[in-house]
Design a protein around this ligand. Structure first.
Ligand code: HAM
Length: 403
């Protein structure tokens, strides 16, 4: 039997209900915040991710579904959504047009990770990207949007916050950090030795316990921010305070992608095991220029839908729509005709087998229909239909005309 690939899941039935419920809810909230839907291809040139997510990241270094296509192009399945949206933004010349452009998207992402609970190779993100707003108020809006979405889903969270500085303060900090890393270099893991050369701040979120114990004494970027970054970070904290959004400052939060500057944030849940990050994002003011566009400030986030699906509190299911059934073979044709008529405007299901009333009522209950509509030989002879309202528990026989 052929099975789905490791770390790749089918989404159906009850899961699909949660999945679409979340997407609809999050899309509505994003639209309330003034965002418009964007769809970008699943397959992109590999160079796009190398240049944006960064060659030093695990995503690009180890986890890409990369191959040479029939036209000898080096392509890969997108591991995340931001790079494609930035590429589209530049390709459509929106960077040259100026102004503010806000997008939201959802869809599958692919990372060749070691699968475990909450960590898939094909997973789905809901994300937003905002271009053209340098103000930290936009960063705050992003965080408030995630909080709104999580609140609407009944999901509790902890928000972790950091500032990664900008081109004024980051280079000096990096130099200080490298000096520190060199002072403990004999004791750190091989990955960190590599990170020291490629992207030193990534050592700070190394999962190795030995490394973490050494980095306790590392210089903190948050103590080395330039005036601009410091003042924005203070403003951000103040806005969150005023909006009753609790946060923790995590000076080791550097995110697994290289494009961030200034604000970086992650929402985590304590109720889903070790893969606890349910959303992550931040500012990436240099990325548009880095991908050959006109310099444009930008900020965004993405949420992992599979991780959220475990946590969503679904609203109580309401009975809706019609179930049609025949008690005699002769009534089947009429039943199908009535179902088709109702389907033009309402949800309607039909059982194509003649059954007794008890079985039809069971069938209607199973699909959570509001009305169970039955035609037997009496009804057929009299041009009537028996209708039971399964919500109000009333029943009546009415003429087909009235129906
Ligand atoms: P990310 O932190 O790599 O950020 O991913 C965002 C979310 O996707 C994570 O918080 C997590 O919920 C989910 N996720 C990531 N990897 C997996 C996986 N293997 N299995 C299941 N869920 C996963 C980004 O992708 C950035 N593009 C976010 C962003 C948008 N930053 C700015 N704009």
């Amino acid at each position: 039997m052929i099975k789905s690939l490791r770390g790749m899941n089918d989404i159906l039935s009850e899961d699909y209900e949660r999945f679409t419920y979340f997407i609809e809810l999050a899309s509505n909230i994003a639209q309330n915040y003034g965002f418009h839907y964007i769809e970008t291809p699943l397959l992109e040139e590999t160079a796009l991710f190398k240049r944006s997510v960064g060659e030093s990241s695990d995503i690009v270094g180890k986890e890409m579904y990369q191959f040479i296509d029939k036209g000898e192009n080096d392509v890969c399945l997108r591991p995340e959504g931001t790079a494609g949206v930035v590429r589209a933004f530049i390709q459509k010349k929106l960077d040259k047009a100026g102004g503010i452009h806000r997008f939201f998207y959802h869809g599958p992402m692919f990372r060749y990770e070691r699968p475990q609970k909450g960590r898939l190779r094909e997973f789905h993100q809901f994300g937003v990207e905002s271009f053209g707003v340098a103000s930290v108020y936009e960063d705050a809006s992003m965080i408030m949007m995630v909080a709104d979405i999580l609140d609407a889903c009944g999901i509790g969270y902890r928000l972790q916050l950091n500032s990664l500085g900008d081109s004024n303060c980051m280079p000096q900090y990096r130099e200080n950090l490298v000096k520190f890393i060199e002072s403990v270099e004999d004791e750190i893991c091989e990955d960190c030795k590599r990170r020291k050369k490629s992207n030193p701040i990534r050592v700070l979120d190394c999962k190795n316990e030995k490394c973490q114990s050494l980095y306790v004494d590392a210089p903190k970027l948050i103590n080395s921010l330039c005036d601009g970054c410091q003042s924005d970070f203070e403003k951000l904290k103040k806005i969150l305070d005023e909006n009753n959004i609790a946060y923790e400052i995590d000076t080791n939060l550097v995110r697994g992608l290289d494009y961030y500057s200034k604000t970086a944030f992650e929402f985590v849940s304590d109720n889903i095991g070790s893969q606890s990050a349910i959303a992550g994002g931040g500012r990436y003011d240099r990325l548009v220029e880095f991908l050959d566009g006109r310099a444009t400030p930008a900020v965004g986030f993405a949420m992992g839908i599979e991780r959220l699906m475990e946590l969503i509190v679904m609203p109580e299911k309401k009975r809706e729509g019609y179930y049609f059934g025949a008690m005699d073979e002769e009534a089947l044709e009429l039943i199908l005709k009535l179902t088709q008529q109702k389907r033009k405007s309402k949800k309607a299901a039909c059982d194509y087998k003649a059954k007794n009333l008890k079985n039809h009522l069971k069938g209607a209950d199973k699909i959570n229909a509001r009305f169970c509509c039955i035609i037997g030989s009496n009804e057929l002879a009299n041009n009537t239909i028996w209708v039971k309202d399964l919500l109000n528990k009333t029943e009546e026989t009415i003429s087909l005309e009235e129906f």
